[in-house]
Structure formats: C-alpha cells, structure tokens
Design a protein around this ligand. Structure first.
Ligand code: DGL
Length: 272
C-alpha cells in the first residue's frame, strides 16, 4: 500500500537565507512574482561576513543552520539567497536536506549575452570569486569573453550600514570601480555581474561610480522565476500580521533595520 504525502500546509513559508540583509534584494523579486507567499527571512548575522571565511567554515555553518531551521520551521522550499554560501555549500546542503533548495548563481550567463565589448566585470566576496563554481560558469557561458573578478567585501558592510540608515563612505564605490578598471581591458567593461546579494542594494551608488555605459545584472530574477516554477499549483496563506525576520544573534542595533525589513513585508524581528 502506498501512503499519500501529507498535503502542503498553505502557511508553510519559503525560507530565504543569507548571512545578512543581502537576501532582501532577492526577496524583493520574490514578492513581485509571488506576492501571496509566506516568507521566513533568515539572517545569519552571528556569522556575517561569510566572504572572509574559509570554505570549510562556510559549508559547516550553512549546512548546520539550514538543517536546524528546516527541522524547526518546516519550510516548503529553501532559497539560499547568498552567492558565497551557494557557490560553496549548495551541493552538500542538497545532499542532506529533503526540502527543495534554490541557490544563487552568479549571473555570468546573462552577462555574457548582454556584453557588446566582450569584457564583463564581476563583483563578489573574496570567497565567491575564488570558487571553481565560478570558473565553471565562466568556461561554460563566457568562453571567448573576458571576465574580470574583484573581491569587494567592504561593499557588504556598506550595504548593511545603508539599510540601517547609517552613513556610508562613498570611497568604497570608487575603490571597487578602480580595481576593475585597472585590470587588463578593464576600461572596456560594459556589463557588471553583482555576484553578492548585498550589492544590488547599492546599485545606485555603483552605477554612479562606474558611470554611463555599464549595465548591471544579478541572479535575483532567475531565482524568483525558479521558486515560482517549483511551487506551481501550491496554495498560500500569508498571515495578515506580516512575515518574520530571524537573526542568529540578538543585536539591539538591528532595531535600526526595522524600516528596511518592513518595506519588504517583514514586520517581526526574532532571534533563532
Ligand atoms: N550576501 C552574501 C553573498 O551573496 C555575502 C555577504 C557576506 O560576506 O557575508 O555572497
């Protein structure tokens, strides 16, 4: 006799995971495509930043946390809204969790289709830009083009500050631009891959620093489409009170994030 799977709880959330506020750039797109979906946003602020950690540290942290989170909250789907965590730990997390997992892939494929000059810039964390995962995307989708990578970890702190309403030193944007422009053929960059989910939160500042003629691309549209595809036909019941944002460390200063969280439909700040 075969047993039918239990029906999906309409209140079961999509769990969106990042080391900090970067995943909000992904959540914004998910809200556009699936406005009725209950979401549980998780920021591993106790582990932030991931970009300066080793592969082993990131893989252990992400698998352990997602294991405990899925057991406790039973999400219908997990989205790792973090390039660093995805490029390092996606395969191992998929091996241990039964829930569908959507990862974040640096948007090299769309960038290769967009570039006219054949020179693409990529900004990510130090950990992301050294991954074989990125080498493979480059070989598969950007062969014959030039991909210039720069680890711009200080932009992570800049995005965290911006969303708390804190001042950001504008020099950080100039440094990221100058580093890419100084590489061989860097002056020809016309397409920039934002390969860290924190960076689309700084797109205006980066666009001003790079000047006209540079187009930006990130993975969030593809992620939102993939989540919509994997949840087709499912029913949703989003609570009227809004969705929760979970933090792994209780930092009273994070109260400053409430306006940014609320603008993404996250009305409660909880500690996990
Ligand atoms: N938002 C993360 C990413 O997409 C990284 C931020 C961090 O260094 O923790 O890579």
């Amino acid at each position: 006799m075969t047993t039918k799977p239990a029906p999906m709880d309409p209140a079961a959330p999509i769990l969106l995971f990042d080391s900090g506020v970067g995943g909000l750039s992904v959540l914004a797109k998910v809200r556009t495509v699936l406005p009725q979906a209950p979401v549980m946003y998780v920021s591993d602020n106790a582990g932030l930043p991931y970009g300066t950690k080793t592969e082993a540290q990131i893989a252990a942290r992400v698998s352990g946390l997602l294991g405990r989170l899925t057991e406790r909250f039973r999400p219908r789907l997990v989205c790792i809204a973090c390039n660093t965590a995805s490029t390092i730990a996606l395969a191992s997390v998929r091996e241990v969790l039964e829930v569908p997992i959507v990862g974040t892939v640096p948007a090299i494929k769309p960038a290769a289709a967009m570039t006219q000059t054949g020179v693409i810039g990529l900004l990510g964390t130090a950990a992301t830009i050294r991954q074989g995962y990125v080498d493979r995307l480059e070989a598969e989708f950007a062969a014959g083009k030039r991909l210039l990578r720069h680890g711009a970890g200080e932009l992570v702190a800049a995005a965290e500050a911006k969303l708390r309403g804190k001042p950001v030193d504008p020099a950080v944007f100039g440094r990221a631009t100058a580093a890419l422009r100084a590489m061989p053929e860097g002056e020809k960059i016309d397409t920039l891959v934002l390969a860290c989910t924190h960076f689309p939160l700084l797109e205006d500042e980066l666009a001003a620093a790079f000047g006209p003629g540079v187009r930006f691309v990130d993975g969030s549209d593809g992620i939102a489409r993939r989540i919509a595809f994997l949840t087709q036909g499912q029913t949703w019941a989003r609570g009227a009170a809004g969705d929760p944002a979970l933090f792994t460390r209780d930092d009273p200063a994070d109260a400053d994030l409430m306006p940014a969280l609320a603008s993404h439909g996250l009305t409660r700040r909880l500690v996990f």
